[in-house]
Ligand binder design. Structure first.
Ligand code: CDP
Ligand code: CDP
Length: 226
């Protein structure tokens, strides 16, 4: 079996991280959540009172505080500097600010260098916004996951209410649309489908169905077919 890299991109709530984690588990690949890296820097910068428009300060903060992934009892944990931020990076405040931090060229340059270094360690499943177009342009399998805005917002709504947040569905729709727009319209490595990516609309699909499609494509690539 050939070693391969799998790139999964798409807008918020398409199911990227849920599906990427399961595919990686099934194949015994390393899973790299690049969104968590931008979220970790956003949190650290807010805690250090850094202006989120200041790309030099943000980049220095990132260079001072390396991001690491660790596995603890089968759960992937994210650390920035010495702080474990696995849960803290999922708050609505971080979600609202992260696209601004991710829009800066210098920040992205440092992040992409680290992401490529992690990918060299072996077979990986990496999810984000620019993996197929920019981080791993030679990935053997590229997937672009999407779903209708209604479905994506509904998924987030279920997640957030389950975690005790009181929020209206319409507010989630607005926030997701705004974040997608920022991610698609930024000048550096915007969110878009790579030419050679396979588009999967997950609106009507269960998590298992999406995982099965990706696993069968991955196994074809690993056997050197297609
Ligand atoms: O899970 P969700 O789709 O809400 O977001 P995420 O994957 O955690 O990514 C959070 C944000 O980080 C995105 O909205 C982008 O602004 C940024 N991001 C990026 O610019 N490039 C990546 N490769 C991954 C995330
Ligand atoms: O990473 P991304 O923002 O693309 O999405 P996610 O965080 O993996 O998925 C958002 C939510 O949708 C999770 O609660 C998943 O369980 C759910 N989901 C789903 O209901 N059906 C799918 N086909 C994929 C994800």
């Amino acid at each position: 079996m050939k070693k391969i890299s799998i790139a999964i991109d798409g807008p918020a709530g398409a199911g990227k991280s849920t599906v990427a984690k399961k595919v990686a588990n099934e194949l015994g690949f390393l899973y790299i959540d690049t969104g968590a890296m931008y979220r970790a820097l956003t949190l650290k910068a807010i805690n250090e009172n850094i202006d989120l428009h200041d790309e030099d300060q943000l980049n220095k903060c990132l260079l001072r505080n390396p991001i690491q992934f660790e596995i603890d009892q089968h759960i992937q944990r994210v650390k920035i500097g010495t702080t474990d931020v696995t849960e803290a990076i999922r708050t609505p405040e971080i979600t609202k600010q992260v696209s601004l931090v991710a829009s800066h060229a210098k920040v992205r340059e440092t992040m992409v260098e680290l992401q490529r270094r992690l990918a060299k360690e072996g077979s990986v499943v990496m999810d984000g916004r620019d993996i197929g177009t920019n981080v791993l342009p030679n990935a053997e399998l590229k997937i672009f996951l999407t779903a209708s805005i209604e479905e994506r917002a509904h998924r987030r709504y279920l997640e957030m209410t389950k975690n005790g947040y009181e929020i209206k569905l319409e507010q989630i729709v607005e926030e997701i649309e705004l974040r997608d727009k920022k991610d698609q319209e930024r000048t550096v490595a915007p969110l878009k489908q790579a030419k050679d990516a396979i588009l999967i609309d997950t609106s009507q699909l269960s998590i298992e169905q999406v995982v099965d499609v990706i696993l069968s494509l991955a196994r074809e690539r690993m056997r050197g077919e297609n």
